[in-house]
Write a protein that binds this ligand. Structure first.
Ligand code: NAD
Length: 272
């Protein structure tokens, strides 16, 4: 049995993209799965793709921004399997739009899914994970949680917040001597539908955002992303950089510090 064999693992946002690939690879590794997504039919499709033995996958429609629903889901998963060894707080949405053009509601929506969804998932599953002999909390930030970009303040804010929350929790588990490894996932551009389904402010061409993401940014496949994430989690890494672009962003932000903020405006102006 490999590292995840027989382990109970919860994955949010398992109906598409990286979450779906995590589910498929975890099923292949012999994990027992609690998969959730806002989109019920999508998460059911993932269950079919997992092709796992019946009884070893539990699927549910859960909106991660709904605190009560997340808490109830965690309790249901705990009851059903008797334990939870790992939670992957993966669900997230993208939003494009300058601060001046974005509504308060746009910021609130992105924070409620991308930040609060991670807090709810972590808090709801943590009591179970802390009872595991080797527990994991795996929270998905982004290269945009290391480096901010013009036009993405809501997403940047949420992903920076996820990183801070996750890095603090990792240290708390160490201070408390709990056998829980906490990992912050930092993907670069991954070929998923995230840009197609993204929200955007008035005046932003959503099709153009999706096209440019697909043609110029999304260089890594979701299958490769899931492989890198699972390997990093197995090694108990604090941060998992996914894709060469995430590694570049990591180096650039460390080398330049706040001066990195000169790069993107210059590149944006050149493109105009
Ligand atoms: P995706 O759009 O392909 O899949 C996201 C899944 O989350 C979908 O199935 C969607 O239905 C679900 N979801 C959305 N809102 C939800 C909610 N409120 N409650 C429950 N489920 C919800 O996206 P992806 O690219 O696989 O992204 C996965 C994670 O990786 C996200 O947190 C995203 O921000 C992050 N990320 C992605 C990229 C990328 O380039 N694709 C880069 C950096 C970070």
């Amino acid at each position: 049995m490999g590292y995840f064999g027989g382990r109970v693992v919860a994955v949010t946002g398992a109906g598409a993209g990286i979450g779906r690939e995590l589910a498929v690879q975890l099923a292949r590794a012999g994990a027992r799965l609690a998969l959730s997504d806002l989109d019920e039919s999508a998460v059911k499709e993932t269950v079919d793709l997992c092709g796992a033995a019946s009884g070893s996958v539990f699927a549910a429609a859960v909106d991660v921004s709904d605190k009560d629903a997340v808490v109830q889901h965690a309790a249901e998963v705990g009851d059903r399997f008797g334990r939870v060894d790992a939670v992957f707080n993966n669900a997230g949405i993208l939003f494009a739009g300058d601060v001046v053009d974005s509504e308060f509601a746009d910021f609130e929506r992105v924070m409620s899914v991308d930040f609060w969804g991670v807090v709810y998932g972590t808090k709801a599953f943590l009591p179970y994970v802390m009872r595991s002999d080797r527990g994991h909390v795996v929270n998905t930030s982004s290269a945009f949680g290391l480096m901010a970009a013009p036009g993405y303040s809501a997403y940047n804010a949420a992903k920076f917040a996820v990183r801070g929350f996750t890095e603090s929790l990792r240290q708390e588990m160490q201070v408390g001597g709990h056998p829980v490894k906490v990992t912050c996932v930092v993907p670069g551009g991954i070929r998923t539908s995230i840009a197609r389904t993204a929200g955007h402010a008035v005046g932003v061409d959503g099709d153009e955002v999706a096209r440019s993401f697909e043609e110029r940014i999304a260089r890594t496949g979701p299958d490769e992303a899931a492989r890198v994430i699972l390997r990093g989690v197995e090694r108990g890494k604090a941060r998992v950089l996914v894709g060469p672009d995430a590694r570049v962003v990591d180096v650039v932000t460390r080398m330049l510090g706040p001066a990195y903020q000169r790069l993107l405006p210059a590149a944006t102006r050149l493109q105009k």
